[in-house]
Design a protein around this ligand. Structure first.
Ligand code: ARG
Length: 250
């Protein structure tokens, strides 16, 4: 082969290699999902793997759409910011739909109705919401619990990791921990000295979020989700975790 032909071959090989690499790193066909896996039973880490109710739902959505799902872990306060910045396609984190968030993100239909719960130690004098007045509470940064507790005048201590918000209560740094109801139940199962008070603070629908204006992906995921709600798959997933399913009003 002539030298010039060799060079042409080399250049061609290089171009092919580069374009293959570029395709690989963009994960064509995959949906990247931002999540904060510190939120059992919705998402948590088990042996380094992200598992939970929302993981099962989103994997089913991926199957329906014929798309691979790639999970990316981060603290909750980076999840919505990450999709707004276009770093990830979708957000899955027990996310409550609020009017404020709807200004900056697209949401699917809600798939579950949650609430905020008060968690205290068994020997606590706090037994209802009224007792919490003027008390210190731990919350996770960037959550609706944080917003609610700030708005209602509690002495709020915020932690980026949900586990640290729980730890603040068990180590006596705060009087109560405010967190989503089913997450409270999941944590208390493993911590015999804690109780979840029965009086809920708010009603909060959960949904998946997308960058504002990413209507195509929002619609595709929403259509798949609504099918999974209607055919009973979502409820079955909740059942398999022993969590009572509370349907949102669609
Ligand atoms: N539902 C609450 C909210 O939207 C808390 C979500 C926290 N999620 C998590 N994976 N830590 O603000």
């Amino acid at each position: 082969m002539k030298n010039s032909a060799k060079i042409v071959c080399l250049v061609l090989a290089l171009v092919m290699c580069l374009s293959l690499c570029a395709c690989g790193s963009k994960n064509k066909g995959a949906i990247t999902v931002a999540t904060s896996p510190d939120f059992p039973p919705f998402e948590n880490l088990e042996g380094g793997k992200i598992v939970g109710i929302e993981v099962d739902i989103v994997n089913k959505i991926g199957e329906k759409l014929g798309k691979e799902i790639k999970y990316e872990q981060m603290d909750f306060d980076s999840v919505l910011a990450g999709i707004q910045a276009g770093k990830f396609d979708m957000a899955m984190s027990g996310i409550t739909v609020t009017e404020e968030r709807q200004k900056n993100a697209n949401f699917t239909s809600p798939y579950f109705m949650a609430s905020q719960a008060i968690v205290v130690t068994k020997d606590s004098p706090i037994t209802c919401k009224a007792d919490l007045e003027g008390k210190s509470v731990s919350v996770q940064t960037g959550t609706t619990a944080e917003e609610y507790c700030m708005d209602n005048g509690y002495d709020v201590k915020a932690f980026t990791a949900n586990n640290d918000a729980c730890l603040a209560l068990t180590t006596g740094k705060v009087d109560a921990w405010v967190v989503d109801n089913e997450v409270a139940v999941a944590f208390v199962e493993d911590q015999a000295d804690l109780v979840v008070l029965s009086e809920a603070m708010t009603q909060e629908p959960y949904a998946f979020a997308f960058k504002k204006g990413n209507d195509e992906l929002t619609k595709a995921v929403n259509d798949a989700l609504v099918e999974l709600i209607k055919d009973g798959t979502v409820e079955k997933i909740f059942d398999s975790y022993g969590v009572p399913y509370v349907a949102p009003v669609l």
